[in-house]
Write a new protein. Structure first.
Length: 306
């Protein structure tokens, strides 16, 4: 009986050994694929009604050669009314840069303290006109101890020739000292580099005398309201005039330094100091009249414009 069991075991082992090579090289059986429609249905079994499927774009009708005969949205025919609406007639507007304006500035309206007392000094200018063409006036002078020392007035036509410069031509009338005298004036005025305010004028008198004046000033803003203003003025004459106490060459130089406080731009009190010096024959005429050749004065006054 034991022998029968051994034979059965050997036979089973032989069967397994014979079947092993065939099973190791056998190809696995492929699972059949689902159809594309089935995959779509399985992947998206049900669409959300809140998000309907997008409508595919419509192709415009085309000819057999593939060319479009008409756009999807027809373009209306362009009419004259459409052209008129697109390009209306624009009426010209009035330019506001050629209006008539006026300006008056009292640059110096001050009391000057001197050794023998005091005196009044003024220097004013203004204009009436437009941007390019203006009628200018200037006046300056002083009075000491109630006596008018010297006084003069200009009436000038100014024409703008550059952004910051004007050419002026006109008349100057001297009232004092001595007999009155008229001059033909020609010059330039404006802002030089670094904002220096310049006035340069040459003169020819009715008596054939020539003269020139150069004035330069600068405004240094210490604060938005506190302004320091230095100024220098030089007068030159071609020949002497004893009746007016004027000598040839450099006649006199006036240097000033004033500090003002602008309560408003149009209203500014100031204090300062000025120094005046005569030269050459002008000094001789001044000494002969009992005047000093040089003098230092303390000043206080108002600067006004409107």
């Amino acid at each position: 009986m034991r022998g029968a069991a051994v034979r059965s075991f050997v036979i089973a082992g032989a069967v397994l050994a014979a079947a092993w090579p065939a099973s190791s090289y056998a190809q696995p059986t492929a699972t059949p694929r689902a159809a594309p429609a089935q995959l779509t249905a399985e992947a998206h079994p049900q669409h959300d009604p809140r998000h309907p499927e997008p409508t595919p774009p419509q192709e415009p009708p085309s000819t057999a050669a593939g060319q479009t005969t008409q756009p999807l949205t027809p373009i209306p025919t362009l009419t004259d009314a459409d052209r008129a609406a697109a390009f209306p007639d624009v009426e010209g507007h009035t330019l506001q840069d050629n209006a008539l304006h006026a300006f008056v500035l009292f640059d110096q309206l001050e009391w000057q303290a001197i050794e023998t007392g005091g005196g009044l000094n003024w220097d004013a200018k203004g204009w009436l006109g437009r941007d390019r063409d203006r009628l200018w006036f200037r006046t300056e002078g002083h009075a000491d101890d109630g006596r008018l020392g010297d006084a003069e007035a200009h009436l000038l036509y100014g024409r703008a020739v550059a952004r910051w410069w004007e050419v002026v031509v006109g008349l100057r009338q001297d009232v004092r000292p001595g007999p009155s005298q008229s001059w033909l004036a020609f010059g330039v005025q404006g802002l030089a580099a670094y904002w220096f305010d310049i006035e340069a004028t040459v003169y020819l008198s009715n008596a054939g005398q020539t003269a020139a004046r150069l004035e330069a000033e600068y405004e240094l803003l210490l604060t938005n309201r506190l302004v320091l203003q230095p100024l220098i003025e030089v007068d030159l004459y071609g020949k002497s005039n004893a009746a007016r106490g004027i000598g040839a060459g450099v006649s006199d130089v006036d240097v000033g330094l004033r500090m003002r406080y602008e309560f408003r731009r149009e209203f500014a009190p100031y204090v300062g100091v000025t120094w005046t010096r005569t030269f050459g024959k002008t000094t001789d005429f001044a000494e002969a009249a009992g005047e000093t050749a040089a003098g230092l004065r303390f000043v206080a006054g108002l600067r006004l414009w409107y």
